[in-house]
Design a protein around this ligand. Structure first.
Ligand code: SAM
Length: 215
């Protein structure tokens, strides 16, 4: 997959090779071991979802992009590639400092050090500390955290701001949390929302016409 510079394309190729290796490794893990080892893996949104979000961001040009769930920076690369093209900023949040250090190194090598700010800590606390407004949010943390994160993000979402949430279809183990999450977003009068069968399933929710009834 091509990025806006050879340096960014080379970094993506590294992520992709690592992801291919890890997929094989995860397939062969003894049953029940994945949970203890999940922080070893990229667990990325994948190239299709990444490419889709990159195109969406390029088209809409949101100023402030918040990523919840940096992991090792795979998805951050797509967000930064789009944001840098028009001067947008990405804030990327994760609990795990070691993963974020790795992500920061990769994003710097790709030429995006000035486009991405990494914040380490619990998503809900970091959302509360952010002054807003948020123009685009990628929600991709552990699935039982989607609902409290949504409730924290929603008041700070700009008019025409977008929340893109991953893993709405896969994995099946996330479905109970996904059901609760989707019930909460569809109940908001000023959110237009739809489930897109891209990658593992993306819910795209757009704050539109605040105060007016849903169309
Ligand atoms: C599925 S991975 C993110 C994958 C990444 N978006 C990508 O596509 O490369 C989920 C990440 O969310 C982080 N996380 C989970 N709960 C969190 C929380 N409450 N606050 C901040 N980060 C959290 C985990 O440490 C993990 O790295």
């Amino acid at each position: 997959m091509e990025f806006s510079s050879p340096a960014a394309s080379a970094v993506f190729a590294e992520y992709d090779a690592r992801h291919q290796r890890e997929r094989a490794l995860m397939r062969d893990l003894p049953a029940g071991e994945f949970g203890d080892r999940r922080d070893e893996f990229l667990l990325p949104i994948g190239a299709r979802a990444g490419g889709f979000l990159r195109a969406l961001i390029r088209g809409k040009e949101p100023k402030r992009i918040l990523e919840l769930g940096t992991s090792y920076g795979y998805s951050t690369l797509f967000l930064a590639d789009a944001a840098q093209s028009y001067g947008g900023q990405v804030i990327s949040v994760d609990l795990d400092a070691a993963k974020q250090d790795y992500a920061a190194g990769m994003l710097a090598r790709a030429g995006f050090a000035d486009t991405v700010e990494f914040r380490c800590g619990d998503a809900i606390k970091l959302i509360a500390a952010d002054p807003g407004p948020l123009d685009f949010v990628l929600l991709d943390i552990w699935k039982n955290q989607y609902l409290p994160c949504f409730e924290a993000v929603y008041p700070k979402l700009a008019e025409e701001g977008i929340i893109a949430s991953d893993n709405m279809i896969q994995p099946a183990s996330a479905r109970d949390a996904v059901r609760r999450y989707r019930a909460a977003i569809t109940a908001k009068e000023d959110l237009q929302t739809m489930l897109l069968p891209v990658g593992s399933g993306i819910e795209l929710s757009i704050r539109w016409s605040a105060g007016n009834p849903k169309l």
